[in-house]
Design a protein around this ligand. Structure first.
Ligand code: SR1
Ligand code: MG
Length: 433
């Protein structure tokens, strides 16, 4: 399975490229070759830079420019060919990118080419952008990040919801993305269920984290919390989600922010994307002290991470409210029931009740996302890069406490600042293990 030709679409064959064959491929796509300034493969260079769990990512350069080629593999890269995965995920990713670009073009890479047979997307090479997760490990601050991401989330989520989108279009889209079954199944299993039983691919820092990791299996409250969030994940088709919005899916410069990799896209609960993002900021927060440098600077940096999570939610809520007032053209809360008959206040009540429900989802999904990155299959570099297992386990145990608390007590938080207070109090917890 791992080698060249493994799948057929309409009589053509899929090939998994390598750094040589990808150049030949690009040389044969006139529009891209033009962009690179050559149709001669030998005048190009290519390197494979994918460090995610699923795909190949090549940077192909020519004399006049460079592009990124992202190609799906027919299996989970992290695990190997024992875990097959449909190539069609590239089709869902392309469709999600196109739709998100229609909502918020400034936050996405430019898209150049989609090849459904080879399951690949050619897009802008973002430079000097870096992966946000790596920048957070390095202790770098990005002052536009919360504003950019809050607006991105509000625009992509509101504009793909029944508050805005024409209902026939939304239903057609829901049907299209409903077929992204395998990628949804990864989230359903890995985020909500496997961390809580003896699933074969689970792992954690052993033996240091054994006690809290194993305690999850006997913890009815956290298991019920996770399953309640799974129920929302599978049953709330609120908006087109990115579906995997962690800090490895965001690329940044001091001024710019771009969102990549929406291959897990489907119609789901808005809080899942927002919760994923803030969960990863909390994971960064709990790992801070072990990333070296001046202790006071790292503490201040931790405060910036919490403030960023707060601001993402506030900007999201403000932007969502603006869209609610200005672009509410869908079947939900039609103006003829409210503003047109002098009941603007009624619509505002509806807005606040809806945002309250999203906020509760954000908290629960953030909790589930934190837990799965500590005791499930796929971990995060923020923690994995801490070499000393004793110190890593201490950070992970604190994060695990936070994740559990968010899942179990998600209805008890009045506002996003309450989550920051909880994180601060857990960070100083001396005996989480
Ligand atoms: C088997 S894939 C593991 C994880 O990698 C992706 O980034 C998703 O987060 C998925 O859950
Ligand atoms: Mg990804």
């Amino acid at each position: 399975m791992r080698t060249s030709e493994i799948d057929v679409v309409g009589g053509s064959r899929y090939r998994a490229f390598d750094v040589e064959s990808v150049k030949g491929y690009i040389a044969g796509v006139a529009e891209i070759a033009d962009r690179l300034g050559t149709s001669n493969a030998e005048a190009m260079t290519a390197r494979e830079v994918g460090d995610g769990n699923l795909n190949l990512v090549f940077i192909v350069e020519g004399p006049r420019g460079a592009v990124v080629v992202k190609q799906a593999l027919p299996y989970v890269r992290l695990v190997g060919d024992s875990w097959p995965l449909p190539l069609k995920r590239a089709y869902f990713e392309w469709n999600a990118l196109v739709r998100q670009a229609a909502c918020q073009p400034r936050r996405l890479p430019h898209l150049f080419h989609f090849d459904p047979v080879n399951a690949l997307i050619v897009m802008e090479y973002l430079t000097p952008h870096v992966i946000l997760r790596k920048a957070l490990i390095a202790g770098r601050q990005f002052h536009n990040l919360a504003e950019h991401m809050g607006v991105f989330l509000a625009q992509t989520l509101f504009r793909s919801s029944d508050f805005c989108m024409e209902t026939s279009k939304k239903k057609a889209d829901m049907a299209l993305f409903a077929d992204n079954v395998s990628l949804c199944a990864i989230s359903e299993n890995l985020v909500f269920t496997e961390p809580y039983f003896d699933a074969p691919l689970n792992r954690w820092t052993r033996p240091q984290l054994d006690r809290p990791a194993l305690a999850l299996r006997a913890d009815s409250a956290v298991k019920v919390g996770a399953q309640e969030m799974l129920y929302r994940f599978t049953s709330k088709s609120e908006a087109l989600l990115h579906g995997d919005l962690h800090t490895g899916s965001i690329m940044v410069t001091p001024d710019d922010t771009r969102v990549i990799d929406p291959e897990f896209a489907f119609y789901g609960p808005m809080g899942f994307d927002i919760g994923a993002l803030i969960a990863n900021l909390y994971l960064a927060y709990f790992s801070q002290e072990e990333h070296g440098g001046d202790r006071d600077e790292r503490l201040a940096y931790g405060e910036w991470l919490l403030e960023t999570a707060e601001n993402i939610w506030s900007v999201f809520a403000e932007s969502f409210a603006r869209l609610w007032r200005e672009e509410r053209t869908g079947i939900l809360y039609p103006r003829r029931l409210f503003e047109d008959v002098g009941d603007a206040a009624g619509a505002t009540v509806g807005l606040h009740r809806f945002l309250g429900a999203v906020f509760e989802d954000v908290i629960g999904f953030a909790g589930a996302k934190i837990v799965r990155r500590l005791v499930g299959l796929a971990h995060v570099e923020d923690m994995e890069s801490i070499a000393d297992p004793e110190r890593r386990a201490l950070c992970e145990a604190r994060a695990l406490l936070m994740g559990r608390e968010l899942l179990v007590n998600r209805t008890t938080f009045n506002d996003i600042y309450g989550l920051s207070c909880l994180a601060r109090s857990i960070r100083t917890e001396r005996k989480p293990l």
